[in-house]
Every structure is written in C-alpha cells, then in structure tokens.
Ligand binder design. Structure first.
Ligand code: SF4
Ligand code: SF4
Length: 329
C-alpha cells in the first residue's frame, strides 16, 4: 500500500546507552526524538506493550497521521510499504566508551548524561530472535562508542554473520584495527566507516584531540587490503565542521589521502549541532564548500554517499522533496 512513512517507522529499532528508539534522527520541530522507551538500562522488557506502541505509530502513519517527533524529517517518503513488521534496520549504540575525543561527539554535548550503568545487548538480541522479530535481510549498524571498546562486539557480530545478515555496518575511529572487522570484510557483507574528516596529522589533532592520524591511516590500509570483491566496503567519511575543515584545501588534502589509501567509497556529513543551530541561516560559503566536496569527489572517481545530517541539509536546501530514503535495497 502506498503512503508516507519511513523505513525506521516500519522496521527500525535502535538501542542507545539509556533508551530505545526507532532511529537516530528526529523531525524538524520537536524538542526531543521519538523514544520507544526512555531510561532503559537493560531491564526486562515488556515486549507486548512496546510492540503495541510501535504498531500504533505505524498504523497512524498509514492513516496519514505522522508522529509529532517525525514531522519534517527527511526520512519520510511516499512509497509502497509492505506489511512486514519485523525489525530489519537494527542500530546498536548501547555503549559510549571510546578511545578518541572528537570535538563534535555527542559525548561532549551538554545534554549527554553519563551512562548510569552498562547493559548487555546479546540477551536482548537472542530474545528478539527467539520471538521471530528479526529480519536479517536489512542492516545491522553499530553507531555507539568505539567497537574496539565494546566487549560484546565479537559475539554480536558473529551472531548476525551466522544468521546471514545482509549488511553489517561498523562505525569506528580506526585508531586500533578490530579483529572481527578484518575477519568480516572479505565476506562482502560488512562495511566499515571511519570519520577521518581531514588529510593531515595537525588537523586530525585539532578535530579528534588525539595524535593518532598515522594509526588511523595504517588501520584503513589494513581494512582496504582485507576487502573481498566489493571494494566499496571501506568508507572514509568527511564531516564538514564549519570554521575547522571548511576550505577547499582541507577537502583536497582529504581526497588525496583517501585515494592514496585505495579507498573507493566516501561519505559526506555535517556537524549535527552546527546545522541544528544554523539551519535558518546557512552561510553561502558552506553551500559552496558542500558543493565543492560533492563535485570533487565525483570528479576524482570516488563513490559518494550522503549521511543523515547531510541529508537534513539537502532537505533544507530542496524542501520540494528529493527522495532521501534512508536505506537503499
Ligand atoms: S521519520 Fe525520521 S525521526 Fe521518524 S522514525 Fe523515520 S528517520 Fe526517525
Ligand atoms: S570516535 Fe565516535 S564515539 Fe569516539 S569520540 Fe569520536 S565521535 Fe565520539
């Protein structure tokens, strides 16, 4: 049936260090995201109640009533949605430990509340699997802290690999190579994304507040070598941080280094906080730099993908509605 909805409303589930959500985004006119469960630290879940709540959001959407937390979100699109209600787009972000200090990290924002306690995700995943609520034809994405700092990482990854998960997306800072990523890359079902954001050691130190640029480049080279047939599984991301890495020279350096490593897939994004503060008044210089990045990566033969905040920016620039679908199948 054709109606306005979003892949995360239909089939998304995201575990954070203190809550459960459907996704990591939010609409344009809401003070907070859409929580499925707030203040969650791994306690026993009442799935019946939770599923009823999620189904109400889906059913309302079917009737044309968008949840207020989703209104204006770039993820909404009109298409033929099927009746599959299994969770297909799983995001694991239930830990916040990391060995890096990126200036734009959510862990340094005022609203970040230090995790009250750590919880394990594997028992929850197994429970969902047992209830038949997982669809392995979608995507498992890690987007919490650093995978190298997550003890459960190998268990979770191996579980999904065995189940035949179509795509496992790992977001890592690449300061340390992760063994199961090196093991998973040849299978063509695992991708690894690293926000490098620059092309030299000094800029890296300024953005990441750690002198680890060379380590990151070494790890990326190992990952590139480990890829299977699909050479687009190792991805270098550039988060545009206004006043920090917003010159053509910054972008040129990053592109040169990316090509030297042998990476073929790049991603553009924006510093989320900056865009939220400046969405009404984006300086022309930033439009120019965004366009420059898009054109130059493509001219140099790199494959470019837009991440969530970059899509929010595109939606602001073209509200008439390009299709910014979150998941491409
Ligand atoms: S519409 Fe946006 S905020 Fe709502 S579930 Fe989809 S991606 Fe998340
Ligand atoms: S690597 Fe990720 S989790 Fe770690 S500081 Fe940077 S943004 Fe935060």
């Amino acid at each position: 049936m054709k109606y306005l909805s979003c892949s995360n409303i239909q089939n998304g589930l995201r575990f954070e260090y203190n809550s459960i959500k459907l996704c990591c985004f939010m609409g344009t006119n809401t003070p907070e995201p859409l929580y499925v469960k707030k203040d969650f630290y791994g306690e026993k879940l009442n799935w019946k109640e939770l599923l009823e709540n999620i189904n109400t959001i889906r059913e309302n959407q079917k009737k044309g009533i968008t949840d207020s937390h989703c209104i204006g979100c770039f993820g909404l699109q009109e298409q033929d949605w099927d009746d599959n209600t299994k969770f297909k787009w799983i995001q694991i972000a239930h830990w916040a430990d990391c060995n890096c200090y990126c200036t734009y990290c959510y862990r340094y924002q005022n609203e970040f509340e230090k995790p009250k306690k750590r919880y394990k995700i594997m028992p929850i995943i197994k429970e969902l699997d047992k209830m038949g609520l997982l669809d392995y034809n979608g995507e498992l994405a890690y987007s919490g802290g650093e995978p190298a700092s997550l003890r459960e990482f190998d268990d979770i990854t191996n579980f999904f690999l065995k189940k035949g998960e179509k795509l496992i997306m790992v977001h890592t800072n690449a300061i340390k190579p992760v063994k199961s990523v090196l093991k998973g890359l040849p299978s063509d079902t695992m991708s690894v994304t690293v926000s490098v954001d620059c092309g030299d050691r000094e800029k890296f130190k300024q953005i990441k507040r750690i002198d680890a640029y060379n380590k990151v480049i070494d790890t990326l080279k190992k990952y590139v070598k480990a890829q299977g047939n699909n050479k687009k599984m190792v991805r270098s991301k550039y988060i545009i941080i206004p006043n920090v890495n917003d010159t053509k020279q910054d972008i040129d350096k990053w592109i040169e280094e990316t090509l030297k490593i042998g990476i073929e897939q790049v991603i553009v994004d924006f510093e989320a906080d900056w865009l939220a503060r400046n969405s009404d008044n984006i300086p022309p210089h930033i439009d120019e730099i965004f366009n420059y990045l898009v054109e130059t990566t493509q001219n140099r033969g790199l494959n470019l993908e837009y991440y969530g905040v970059a899509n929010q920016y595109r939606a602001l620039k073209h509200p008439e509605g390009l299709n910014y679908g979150l998941h491409q199948e």
